[in-house]
Design a protein around this ligand. Structure first.
Ligand SMILES: [Zn+2]
Length: 455
């Protein structure tokens, strides 16, 4: 065949191993992904790919596994600027005495932008191509996502009390609605309704959120049953467990994303399964705040879609999906009291395809399949901690570190090349984070002084 008969592509990636995630556990040896117009045009043996395709660019990955870009299904990117500012505290003390007083004094578009870029750089460096975020000024985070070339679902916050983002229930809802409509046609960014938690949003606002999200067919993303205290206080004050209350308002359904869910009765597992809601599991945040443990194996057994997230860097304290996969697999076994629970291919699926499914974008993301967007992550496996290689999925979940990620593409665009960020100014972002360190510490001192004076 002469070259004029070859099909034209933008990029040909040849890898020692490809783990497409669908079908589960499959590992392809010496295969290539052909990328055209940002999508996967073919997935075939390297020799066949070279015989049939001519690409403008060829990337050879002879010591690497190519996997779908990781999907971090829950976080608060701007909070990366508060990484390590308050540790080793229970959730309510951590939030009410440390995080909220600082946020009240710091949050604005500048804080949000600088924190989001720090988080985005960390995520791309660690092989994540898509994330879900809940924070004030989601429009500012959207600008950062657009610049960085990632994929994201951004949740417009909804709270019962006024904040820098909105002063009334109407304003929270109006902004959420406007943003959903503004990004409706965006190829990589979608907006969702983000009622913070059952204890921070009242009945009428929850009812209105359910109605408006249904009208726009928009996802709803919410922290639910994060701690035993949350459930106990709801029972004491409202006579009802939070999930039952949300179900009563018609919030549960295939577009409902239930974050944490560490406190589940058998009937609530059935409820999540029957409504088609997804669970966003954040094991490291749950462990660090001693919140409890999600019954992941049981949720998966009845068909609940369980995705994986890091939560914000202030409660993790990194945005490392390799660490999160490993923790999820290990904790899942302990909770199920079964070493066979959450095997490596399932943990990898939770970190990729299940995340995409929860966001409703599994039609074009989450796995390496022909026709889907070329969201891809290459991981070097010729390292001490991943040698020798008997089982690639095992290494990816139980042994590999995010520092082994070499290349990342989102919709066919290179975001990381040979370990170098392509769309983020590494030195600039790190310098800005250092500036914030001084401002955050000064703010913390002022807050402590004002609290002492008030007492
Ligand atoms: Zn969270």
């Amino acid at each position: 065949m002469d070259s004029s008969q070859l099909q034209q592509a933008d990029l040909l990636i040849e890898a020692r191993w490809i783990v497409p995630v669908a079908p589960r556990g499959a590992v392809l040896h010496d295969h290539a992904v052909v990328v055209r117009d940002g999508r996967i045009a073919a997935l075939l043996p390297c020799a066949t790919a070279r015989a049939q395709w001519q690409a403008a660019q060829v990337r050879k990955l002879p010591r690497h596994a190519l996997i779908p870009g990781l999907v971090n299904s829950h976080g608060h990117t701007p909070m990366s600027l508060l990484r390590g500012i308050a540790d080793d505290l229970p959730l309510q003390t951590w939030l009410e005495d440390h995080v909220w007083p600082l946020e009240n004094r710091l949050i604005g578009p500048e804080f949000v932008r600088d924190g989001a870029l720090l988080a985005i750089g960390e995520m791309i460096r660690g092989g994540t191509t898509c994330f879900c975020d809940m924070y004030f000024f989601p429009d500012v985070v959207a600008e950062c996502v657009a610049e960085a070339g990632m994929r994201a679902q951004l949740c417009s916050p909804i709270l019962e009390f006024p904040s820098v983002w909105a002063t009334s229930a109407e304003e929270y809802l109006r902004k959420a609605r406007q943003l959903c409509e503004r990004f409706r046609e965006h190829p990589r960014i979608q907006l969702a309704f983000g009622p913070h938690a059952p204890y921070t949003v009242g009945d009428s606002l929850l009812r209105a959120t359910a109605a408006q999200a249904a009208e726009l067919e928009a996802p709803i993303h919410m922290h639910v049953h994060e701690t035993a205290t949350e459930v106990a206080e709801a029972l004491r004050d409202l006579g009802q467990r939070p999930l039952a209350r949300l179900a009563g308002f018609g919030l549960l359904g295939p577009r409902f994303q239930c974050v944490h869910a560490t406190q589940l009765l058998d009937a609530e597992i059935e409820l999540l399964a029957s409504t088609g809601a997804s669970v966003m599991h954040c094991p490291e945040s749950n462990l660090k705040l001693a919140s409890g443990a999600c019954r992941v194996a049981e949720l998966l057994a009845v068909g609940v879609n369980v995705a994986l997230g890091t939560d914000g860097a202030a409660s993790n304290n990194d945005l490392d999906m390799f660490g999160e996969m490993r923790t999820a697999a290990l904790l899942g076994k302990l909770v199920a009291n079964d070493a066979a629970a959450l095997p490596a291919p399932v943990a990898l699926e939770m970190a990729t395809l299940n995340g995409a499914r929860a966001l409703g974008i599994d039609g074009h993301a989450g796995s390496i399949e022909v026709g889907k967007c070329a969201d891809l992550t290459a991981v070097r496996l010729d390292c001490f901690n991943s040698s020798p290689q008997y089982d690639v999925c095992s290494h990816l979940v139980y042994a590999a570190q995010s520092s082994q990620v070499s290349d990342v593409w989102c919709a066919g665009r290179a975001l990381l090349e040979n370990g170098h960020l392509q769309t983020i100014d590494t030195a600039g972002v790190l310098a800005t984070a250092k500036d914030w360190q001084q401002r955050v510490l000064a703010t913390k001192r002022t807050a402590a002084r004002q609290t002492a004076e008030a007492e």
